[in-house]
Design a protein around this ligand. Structure first.
Ligand SMILES: [Zn+2]
Length: 122
């Protein structure tokens, strides 16, 4: 499976979003000159709002995948990790499941099988 470096993915998401937003601004500006053409205004607004929402939802998620690693978990919840044994900080269970949560970057989420808390990413 081909995976993408999250840093590169973040840059491509940001660049693409800004590009589409710029296009939306151009569409809106030309619709305004066109006597406030409502279809053009709606299209322009969509072109700005959709990439903006992609950025605010996807970028923090990617940031979490990179920051909240096993090392981060051990530092944040030292009581939940002893040697190779990792337990849930919330309920104490060591029934930790690993799921692929992002096929694009190949990130796994380590999720407590008891209480469904996401513990860390790898
Ligand atoms: Zn738990």
């Amino acid at each position: 499976m081909k995976t993408m470096n999250p840093v590169r993915l973040k840059i491509s998401i940001s660049a693409l979003s800004l590009l589409v937003m710029a296009l939306g601004a151009v569409v809106m500006a030309s619709s305004m000159q066109d006597g406030a053409n409502s279809l053009g205004m709606t299209l322009g607004a969509l072109l700005i709002l959709v990439p903006a929402s992609v950025m605010v939802t996807r970028l923090p998620r990617l940031w979490r995948y990179q920051v909240q690693t096993r090392d981060w978990y051990q530092t944040t919840y030292p009581a939940a990790v002893s040697g190779e044994r990792v337990a849930c900080f919330s309920c104490g269970s060591d029934d930790i499941e690993t799921h692929t949560i992002n096929r694009q970057t190949g990130h796994n989420g380590h999720i407590c099988g008891q209480c469904d808390t996401t513990l860390f990413y790898s």
